[in-house]
Design a protein around this ligand. Structure first.
Ligand code: FES
Length: 128
């Protein structure tokens, strides 16, 4: 059973869509369920000025993307990098155990987008 927060972010996702001026884009997929999550970041002076997502996946993955984008908007790259899937799941008032992997996609997609930004800026990539 999903929490009200999960249902809200699934039914009314925040920051859904593409970001045309993105300077960091990360896409990850889960091989088992086949779901895909893409995160767009617009970073200025190490601050995430704008963020958007496109997720082709289950309700928990959409809710996790929505919540994760809300949690990193306006934050520094360092803060966004340290956002854990646990924090995303907690902010959603929990996810069923079999849906935890959906929130892991959000953490991984943010990391991939940050590394894409670093690559484009000729800066060293971060390690997991
Ligand atoms: Fe795969 Fe949710 S079931 S991301």
């Amino acid at each position: 059973m999903y929490s009200e927060q999960v249902m809200d972010h699934f039914m009314n996702p925040r920051n859904q869509g593409r970001l045309l001026n993105a300077n960091g884009i990360g896409e990850v997929g889960n091989a088992t369920c086949g779901d895909i999550m893409k995160i767009y970041l617009f970073i200025v002076d190490s601050v995430i000025e704008d963020v958007a997502f496109e997720t082709f996946g289950c309700g928990a993955a959409i809710a996790s993307s929505s919540m994760a984008t809300e949690l990193i908007k306006g934050k520094t790259v360092d803060e966004a990098w340290s956002l854990s899937n646990k924090a995303v799941a907690q902010a959603l008032d929990g996810l069923p155990p079999q849906k935890i992997h959906c929130s892991i996609l959000a953490e991984e997609a943010i990391h991939a987008a940050i590394n894409d930004y670093l690559r484009r800026s000729d800066l060293p990539e971060r390690k997991e």
